[in-house]
Design a protein around this ligand. Structure first.
Ligand SMILES: [Cu+2]
Length: 162
């Protein structure tokens, strides 16, 4: 039996989206940005919100970026009244929760920048999750907002802006 050409074309059209479709992700990265660091500073941080609309808890394990020689996941903690950053091995993304990476909390630390970042630059970030999924995003470089300047634990040097 020979297939009618229309059927073959239909089969091809149906097969294509199936074969090229990426696995649907429960994770969405919203409003990423990289904080513009003061001149002479070799490190800065990236912030974003990660929505987990799935039914299972997930974890952010790693972030990579070509703009920095090292990228770490950090948290802020209150150590006897002093806010300190520390490296963490993962950031939990609870099911049904919007996890905020923000000043004074979890953030992506960009360490030893290869060159100074300018406002308006776009920083590529690749996020790797615990199920083997990864997500490539572009984060614009932004000046610290007033509310960030007011946070004593995160951006003491930003008041030195000219
Ligand atoms: Cu940090």
């Amino acid at each position: 039996m020979r297939l009618h050409p229309t059927l073959i074309a239909l089969a091809a059209a149906l097969a294509l989206p199936l074969s090229t479709r990426a696995a649907p992700s429960d994770l969405t990265v919203v409003a990423p940005y990289v904080r513009l660091s003061p001149p002479g500073t070799a490190n800065t941080a990236a912030f974003m919100t990660i929505r987990n609309t799935g039914n299972s808890d997930r974890k952010l394990l790693r972030v990579e970026s070509p703009v920095a020689r090292s990228v770490e996941l950090h948290s802020h903690s209150n150590d006897h009244g002093v806010m300190r950053m520390r490296q963490v091995t993962e950031i939990e993304l609870k099911a049904g929760v919007h996890t905020e990476l923000k000043p004074g909390s979890y953030h992506v630390m960009l360490i030893d920048l290869r060159q100074p970042l300018q406002e308006g630059d776009t920083v590529p970030l690749t996020l790797s999750f615990d199920d083997g999924d990864s997500s490539r995003i572009d984060a614009p470089v932004r000046k610290p907002q007033t509310v960030i300047d007011a946070d004593p634990g995160t951006a003491p040097a930003t008041r030195m802006q000219h």
